[in-house]
Design a protein around this ligand. Structure first.
Ligand SMILES: Nc1ncnc2c1ncn2[C@@H]1O[C@H](COP(=O)(O)OP(=O)(O)OP(=O)(O)O)[C@@H](O)[C@H]1O
Ligand code: SF4
Ligand SMILES: [Mg+2]
Length: 447
């Protein structure tokens, strides 16, 4: 780890002057349910939970993550199409956070958004000429219809819809998926934006046309000196397009930095897993081991304690945040791998998984023969899938049961490792400033 630490969480300085966009500790939380008749049951989805990064002019910054990781919410929060809960968004030196929609309006011309679904982005009742020209009138960039028509024709040609005149009086529904997405790009770029959020712009398209639309986007980016925030769940696409990449997991960046560094030498276990899942023509990687993350991305309203990735992490160790539920899950997973007799015997001894009393830092197994249960846990525990037993601090035999306790699991803070930001205790236990901080991190790491 570098000792001359730059500002925590900021993008590693590229020495290219001022960034066009600076995001600091951005949070967007949604309150779900619980409001009916004033009853409880409210839950908070921390869709974006403390994200910091910079994007320089002319750069493509890739936001990568599985479904539900918070990519769209982050993109929309930056454009203030979703109201962020806290943090800072500076665009071209201006703090966007305090601006109301009325004050944002003049900036909207410079801030574009391309959606995943071209069908939902174009008004089906407008002709192509009207639809693409519409933003010109909204932003008062033209004063005559002839002027608008000229600009629309130029832009349609530029995105590869030619001869443009033949498209003007047609409707979006007359076009193929790839043509429609070109149309959406034309409508976004006609106001000459500087910064464009492209939210999975090719995901809804056939494979055969994806590459061509991506190439067009790159060409336009160079020609118009655009800066993109490019959202994708696909690392291969990100590699093709992006200068910088931020890997999002449950609303947090787990690794973020120059795209080459992340691809050549990923430092976070989640990045490694995602990379191992994509086919690359790179011979060095042909024989790599696939270490796909176990299971699904958890419910964002109940993220795992400690490191949010810990239940799926192949490298998790004692301080990563193990919980009672993880032990139950690991025992159940074991029962799918051992022979039926062993599984039946262990089920008789421990009882059904549903009978255990589960808490954040403990799991209690009601048992008539607690000594036997404790003995089983002590001998089989270390062999359980995942690394859950490494965090066990105590197996306590009680009168009519056994309680297993876990050590504290602080949430990893962002640290600079080999030219990028990483949030993972493998690189030294660093605790997130607002994370659970129980005990001295150094002691935790030494345990
Ligand atoms: N308006 C909202 N109200 C409540 N929860 C929301 C809202 N918008 C998004 N969420 C939740 O926030 C989390 C992040 O959602 P988001 O759409 O940003 O993820 P994503 O990474 O873009 O996923 P996808 O790849 O499926 O588009 C999810 O758990 C989602 O259910
Ligand atoms: S802190 Fe690192 S090692 Fe621990 S669970 Fe998270 S990603 Fe895995
Ligand atoms: Mg999305």
């Amino acid at each position: 780890m570098s000792q001359d630490e730059p500002e925590a969480g900021a993008t590693v300085d590229s020495g290219r002057g001022e960034p066009l966009l600076s995001v600091r500790d951005l949070k967007t939380h949604f309150v779900k349910g619980g409001k009916l008749f004033g009853r409880g049951g409210e839950s908070v989805v921390k869709a974006v939970d403390g994200v910091s990064f910079d994007v320089w002019p002319g750069e493509v910054f890739g936001l990568v993550g599985e479904s539900g990781s918070g990519k769209s919410t982050l993109g929309r929060s930056i454009l203030k199409l979703v109201e962020p809960t806290s943090g800072e968004v500076r665009y071209d030196g201006r703090d966007l956070m305090p601006l109301r929609e009325r004050e944002m309006r003049p900036l909207r011309r410079e801030l574009g958004l391309i959606f995943q679904d071209p069908n939902a982005s174009m008004n089906p009742a407008m002709t192509i000429g009207q639809g693409v020209g519409h933003p010109l009138w909204i932003h008062e960039m033209v004063s005559t219809r002839a002027e608008a028509r000229k600009k629309v024709i130029e832009m349609l040609e530029r995105v590869g819809l030619h001869p443009a005149e033949s498209f003007l009086d047609r409707y979006p529904e007359d076009l193929s998926g790839g043509q429609k997405q070109r149309l959406v790009i034309a409508r976004t770029l006609i106001t000459e934006p500087k910064f464009v959020v492209a939210d999975e712009p090719v995901a809804a398209l056939d494979m055969s046309v994806r590459a061509r639309v991506l190439e067009l986007m790159l060409e336009l980016q160079r020609d118009f000196n655009l800066t993109y925030l490019f959202i994708t769940h696909d690392l291969a696409t990100a590699r093709f397009l992006c200068d910088q990449i931020g890997i999002l997991y449950l609303g947090e960046f787990v690794e973020q930095g120059p795209s080459d560094l992340l691809f050549d030498d990923p430092k976070h276990p989640y990045t490694r897993s995602l990379l191992s899942a994509i086919p690359l023509p790179d011979t060095r990687r042909r024989d790599r081991v696939k270490t796909l993350p176990r299971g699904e991305i958890p419910d964002a309203s109940r993220p795992p304690a400690g490191c949010r990735f810990h239940p799926r992490c192949p490298d998790a160790f004692n301080v990563c945040g193990w919980q009672g539920q993880d032990l139950i899950d690991a025992i159940e997973e074991r029962w799918t791998t051992v022979d039926q007799d062993t599984a039946d015997r262990e089920l008789d001894l421990l009882g059904k998984p549903g009978s255990a009393e589960i808490a954040t830092t403990s799991a209690r197994f009601p048992a008539s023969a607690p000594e036997e249960v404790a003995e089983w846990l002590r001998s089989v525990g270390p062999e359980l899938p995942a690394n859950v037993f490494s965090a066990v601090t105590d197996v306590e035999v009680e009168d009519r049961g056994v309680t297993v306790r876990f050590g504290p699991g602080p949430e990893p803070g962002v640290q600079q490792v080999a030219g990028r930001n990483v949030a993972c205790h493998l690189h030294g236990v660093v605790v997130r400033p607002d994370g659970v901080h129980v005990g001295d991190p150094k002691e935790l790491a030494d345990e």
